[in-house]
Structure formats: C-alpha cells, structure tokens
Design a binder for this molecule. Structure first.
Ligand code: SAM
Length: 346
C-alpha cells in the first residue's frame, strides 16, 4: 500500500471522511481489498440528501475518462455509532496535477459531452479546492449533477448501438447485439435467460466468468443474482468501454470488465483468466471452439450456447470430454437455431 497516500487519508472535507484500509477495518468494520479506500459520507444536519447513485455514476464517468478513482460499491458502515453510507473506491494512478488548465478543460469537456453540470460552487474554486485532490489524485465529484440524465442515456444507447453490434448489420443498420428491458437487440436477453433456465442455477456468492461478454448483460444478470465476483471480458475495447459505462448507469458498479483476447493469451502462454465457479460460454464456439483449456475455466458449471446451425450431437460429444454431466436444454431461436447445454463437473 502506498505510504504517502496513507498519510493524508484522514482528511475531512465538506462532510466526508476518507479512510485507509486499516481505519476501515478497525473503526468502520468494513473489510477493504488492497488498492481500495473508503469514503464515509456524513450529511450535515438538515441537509437534504443528494442522489448518491447519481454522484457515483458521475464520478465513474470521470473514471472511465481517466480522471477519477472508480467507485466500486456503496456500502453501509458504522461510524460514530451511527450507520453511514460509504463509498468503496479504487486508487487512481498519479495524474499531473500541476497543469490545472489542462485538467480543468478536460473536466469541462467531459461534462459538456455527458450533460453534466460541472461546477456547483461558482467559478473554478471547487476544482482547485485541496479536498478534490489527494496527493495528485483527482477524487471528488460530489458537487456535480446531471443537467439532463435522459440525454446522457440516449447518447450512451446510440454509442452502444454503433459499437456493440456484432457480425452482419441488422435490418440494414447497426444494432446492439444484446437487448435489454425496452431496448431492442439482435439477441433477446430475457428470452435467452428463460430458455437456458438460468433461474435454476444458484449464483449466490459464486465467482463468474463471462467469456466474450459483449455488452455484459449476462455479467449483470449474475451480479443481480448474488454472484460475489464477476469478470466479463471481450476482445473488443470499445465494447468493453460500453459494458462498463452501461453497468455504471444501471447502478451496477462492481463487475470487472476487461479487454482480453483469450485466444491470444492462450497461444502465448500468458496468464489466463482465473477459473470461476460458473462460466458463460455463449455464442462463442465459432471463435474459440471446444478447447479444454477454455472449457476447464468452469470449476462447477459451464453455460453453453452454440452458434447458428451448429451440429448439436457433435457439440455434446465435445462437451462430454470435459464435463461428466451435460444437460441438453434444446435450442434458442431468437436469431438463428443454436443448441444450449448446461454442463456440470459434478
Ligand atoms: C457472437 S458475440 C456473443 C456475445 C455474448 N457472449 C452473448 O452470447 O451475448 C461474440 C463476442 O465475442 C467477442 N470475441 C470474439 N473473439 C474473442 C476472443 N478471442 N476473446 C474474447 N472475446 C472475443 C466479440 O467481440 C463479441 O462481443
């Protein structure tokens, strides 16, 4: 842990207290992972609570632009014998603090691009305030607000349309691959969840890997079902950026989305993805086949969906080489006919 950062962790600003790993554990009763710190939010008497999710989402938009530490969770802690909201944050690598003009211009630009009101306090004072900077790390966007959140969401959805489409264009235009409530996509997420009988799988406290996660709808599903750790990864950096931003605006902050080419990693004997209790391997066989190294990333369950017009018999044979139990759940046919199997190690 970074010592110089530790020294100034007990700072008080406005109504927040920022705390180190040790303080969090001892005084707040919250266990932090390394590379995390915690900010306890204390509302002054009579001050109407601002929308905490909105604060988190805005700060994470800055995180996505390299200008803030990521907020991973909103938690409750016991502080001064009262239950308080607290934010678990990751560290931000050092930024060049001395070039204020550049930094402030970048902040203003991010605000303009995302329909965020950037300065609540008049002039630029808020940004120069020592409280916003901890040892050259920009940390606090607490005073920022959405001017028009719907416009931000509409813009994000347009970006998702143009960047997470996959394969051929859809009815003559680019379209998101995965659908969401009220938002069309080439693939119908809820239909797939139902067909694969995911409600029968216990995600509670499980580790989950979503291979070729695209927009991350199955990572989100696992998280909502109580998974402890979820990693979604995809070869495409733009897709991963969308996945992060989309989960953030939906209030799901603690999925790890990573840009990784699993095939490349494997061939070059790079450290592979960690194995997980449950692995989603959906519409991936046309890219990655039935490599046992990949299928074996599932310690307990692999949720398998094939590609269009795949030979289901052959697929089952391949899966049985790795999993003693392969349950045949039929097909999804929202786009094309694809076999689905739930594979278990025991
Ligand atoms: C057909 S889509 C399936 C997306 C998702 N699994 C689903 O079923 O909704 C394939 C996805 O895999 C990603 N992909 C392709 N090759 C990959 C690789 N070698 N490593 C990681 N992701 C890959 C693509 O970028 C794309 O998002």
């Amino acid at each position: 842990m970074n010592k110089s950062f530790d020294e100034i962790l007990e700072i008080r600003r406005h109504s927040a207290i920022t705390s180190s790993v040790e303080v969090a554990k001892k005084e707040l009763g919250y266990d932090l992972e390394k590379n995390e710190f915690i900010k306890v939010i204390i509302q002054p008497e009579g001050n109407q609570y601002y929308n905490l999710d909105e604060v988190v989402q805005i700060q994470n938009i800055f995180w996505l632009n390299g200008m803030a530490p990521r907020i991973k969770k909103i938690v409750k802690v016991n502080y001064d014998n009262e239950e308080r909201d607290a934010l678990v944050m990751g560290y931000l690598p050092k930024v060049n603090r001395y070039d204020y003009v550049l930094q402030i211009n970048k902040i203003k630009q991010i605000c303009n691009d995302n329909f965020i009101q950037w300065n609540d306090q008049g002039e630029d004072q808020e940004l120069h305030d020592i409280g916003n900077w901890i040892k050259d790390r920009f940390i606090d966007y607490g005073g920022f607000k959405f001017i028009d959140k719907q416009k931000y969401i509409d813009k994000l959805n347009k970006k998702i349309e143009s960047q997470t489409h996959f394969g051929k264009s859809y009815e003559g235009r680019k379209a998101r691959y995965q659908s969401d409530d009220g938002l069309d996509g080439k693939r119908k997420t809820q239909y797939r969840i139902d067909k694969m009988k995911l409600k029968d799988i216990d995600f509670n406290n499980k580790t989950v890997l979503d291979i070729g996660c695209n927009l991350g709808m199955f990572s989100q599903y696992a998280k909502k079902r109580g998974a402890a750790n979820v990693i979604g990864f995809d070869i495409n950096e733009d897709i991963i950026h969308c996945a992060k931003e989309y989960a953030n605006i939906k209030g799901i902050y603690d999925i790890e989305f990573l840009t990784t080419d699993i095939d490349w990693d494997r061939k070059h004997k790079r450290p592979k993805m960690p194995s997980a209790d449950i692995v989603f391997y959906l519409a991936m066989s046309q890219y990655l086949g039935f490599d046992p190294d990949i299928l074996n990333l599932a310690n307990e369950i692999l949720i398998y969906e094939g590609h269009a017009d795949e030979d289901a018999e052959n697929t089952k044979k391949e899966l049985l080489k790795v999993f003693p139990i392969v349950e045949d759940l039929g097909y999804t046919d929202d786009r094309s006919i694809r076999p689905i199997f739930i594979c278990r190690k025991k």
